[in-house]
Ligand binder design. Structure first.
Ligand code: ADP
Length: 385
């Protein structure tokens, strides 16, 4: 029996040269984005608090940590309770506390958020007054078209990719095992693992397939999660995903510059410039292949739906009409990722010891608390409580 202090660190398999001989785990988590990594950390903490029930946990990730192609690495990392229903406030506060104190260096910094409106809304102030201390933010917009502003002075920004990395590293110290470059599929009573490798000609191929037994499987595979769970359970799970892009806007920003929100568009100060994030109006159909659109007949890397959305905001945000907006020439020029569009991060039990954990746009504000809740649930089930 191990005690919290004598608990051994977990094993890490980063590439196929390291033999993987394990056959059984209490819990397998599929996906080491911020949601899966946070769940692994909280399960690790739970396991070290209950040495007599020491949980064996395997965290599986198709790519590296953090995966260059996951949503976590591109998420804007804006923590705000503006427009959050009161029922979600406790979760937001819990998540904030974790970001500030428990997850290591995630570049958490207070940064106000200013939502701008063409018409009066509750609790608005004049835009010119609110943005007066921030001329670099005022320079992006037309305050005559967006004369009303609501300020979230408590808002903050941070790096979600660091959350995934730090949470996974802490989880390993607490005994959680990590298997990278491996695609996992839930299967009867366990998980099928395809260990992937790259050939000399840069093709990704399966090196070996391993089946492990698992008491519980948590699908935390981001936008791919719901359909992965659907395939394994053979039943429909309502879900919606979209391919989101995050173009740069090369206007100057500073460390205290507020995040701006105009309709579905968030303008997030980052690296001395701005990153745009537009909330998609619709889900993308299954099997949709994202492709660049055209602006005045010229091919761009921005998809048509995003171009339409940006054009609709150009009068209110004249900066979008400048040559400083990154247009790219093809899709690969613009950072983008598939995201699940569920309004709030959530988990659900799908039966047969399988759970689905999803992040999505509000994961910046609420994600850690939802992962923590699920850890409690999974821990109880694993201990037979
Ligand atoms: P979230 O914010 O919900 O954590 P992400 O997209 O950032 O969403 O994270 C999901 C992670 O799951 C990604 O790193 C992705 O590579 C990984 N993933 C997706 N499908 C699989 C799979 N079948 N097996 C292992 N990892 C997967």
């Amino acid at each position: 029996m191990s005690s919290p202090t004598s608990k051994r660190a977990g094993q890490v398999w980063a590439h196929v040269g390291q033999p993987f001989t394990a056959t059984e785990f209490d819990v397998v988590i599929i996906g080491a984005g911020r949601m899966g990594a946070a769940l692994a950390l909280y399960l690790g903490q739970l396991g070290s608090g209950l040495p007599e029930h020491s949980l064996s946990v395997l965290l599986v990730e198709e790519g590296g940590l953090p995966n260059e192609e996951g949503a976590t690495i591109l998420a804007s990392g804006v923590w705000t309770t503006l427009d959050l229903p009161p029922a979600q406030h406790a979760r937001a506060e819990w998540t904030r506390q974790q970001l500030e104190t428990a997850l290591g260096e995630v570049q958490f910094q207070p940064r106000p958020l200013v939502a701008l409106y063409p018409d009066a809304e509750p609790e608005v102030q004049p835009t010119r007054e609110v943005l007066a201390p921030f001329p670099e933010a005022l320079a992006l917009i037309d305050p005559d078209r967006l004369p009303f502003a609501r300020l979230d002075a408590q808002a903050a920004t941070y790096r979600p990719a660091s959350v995934a990395l730090n949470a996974a590293q802490q989880a390993i110290k607490l005994g959680v095992n990590l298997l990278l470059n491996t695609r996992a599929t839930p299967s009867l009573g366990g998980v099928r693992l395809e260990r992937l490798t790259v050939t000399n000609t840069h093709q990704i191929v399966t090196h070996e397939v391993v089946q492990v037994r698992a008491g519980q499987v948590i699908v935390a595979a981001g936008a791919a999660g719901a359909s992965l769970a659907e395939h394994s359970l053979g039943r429909h799970i309502p879900h919606a995903e979209a391919y989101m892009q995050y173009p740069q806007l090369a206007f100057a920003s500073q460390s205290r510059t507020p995040t701006l929100r105009v309709g579905p568009l968030t303008l997030r100060p980052a690296h001395g410039q701005w990153t745009l994030e537009a909330q998609p109006a619709h889900r993308d159909p299954p099997n949709y292949q994202p492709c660049g659109g055209k602006l005045t007949g010229v091919p761009t890397g921005l998809r048509r739906e995003l171009l339409e959305l940006l054009v609709a905001q150009m009068e209110a945000v004249p900066a979008l009409a400048s040559e400083k907006l990154e247009l790219g020439r093809s899709l690969s020029d613009i950072a983008g990722a598939w995201v699940s569009l569920n309004p709030f991060p959530a988990w659900q039990a799908l039966g047969d010891g399988v759970y689905l954990l999803q992040g999505g746009p509000n994961a910046d504000t609420l994600g850690l608390s939802v992962a923590y809740e699920l850890a409690g649930e999974v821990g109880k089930a694993a201990c037979g409580v």
